[in-house]
Design a protein around this ligand. Structure first.
Ligand code: SF4
Ligand code: SF4
Length: 131
């Protein structure tokens, strides 16, 4: 099962995970034109080899080890990770649409600093998220 990037990446997006991924499955990279067009980065669900290298590299603990391990209120971002494909404008639009769904549905989480969001994932349940 692929690893999943969640909302602490929104507003951080520092690409530290890209630098450690052995199979280059996290996009967009800084050298890709789509980088300026996305709110966060995404893990290709079929290319991820579940090595775990990206988790300690992320400064804001945005990455979960599987969809099942990801809180349900991040479901739109699970879909965004599934949808995104590097170099595919339609896939980018679909992924970003899911990001915007999440931002709209999770105002309390998004009001927190990115570094504080993961700690709130277990306690700050947004009523309108994941339903
Ligand atoms: S778990 Fe490994 S392969 Fe998957 S995104 Fe993270 S670093 Fe890349
Ligand atoms: S290291 Fe974390 S915050 Fe940085 S780009 Fe990767 S998932 Fe996003």
């Amino acid at each position: 099962m692929p690893f999943i990037i969640t909302d602490p990446c929104i507003g951080t997006k520092d690409t530290a995970c890209v630098d450690v991924c052995p199979v280059d499955c996290i996009h967009p990279r800084k050298d890709e034109p789509e980088f300026a067009l996305t709110s966060m980065l995404f893990i290709h669900p079929d290319e991820c080899i579940d090595c775990g290298a990206c988790i300690p590299a992320c400064p804001v603990a945005a990455i979960y080890e599987s969809p099942d391990a990801t809180p349900a209120h991040q479901n739109a971002l699970i879909e965004a990770n599934r949808a995104y494909r590097a170099g595919d404008a339609a896939a980018l639009a679909a992924a970003e649409a899911q990001v915007q769904v999440h931002i709209k549905a999770a105002p309390k989480l998004m009001a927190l600093a990115p570094a504080d969001r993961q700690a709130a994932h277990g306690t700050l349940v947004e009523p309108s998220v994941g339903e």
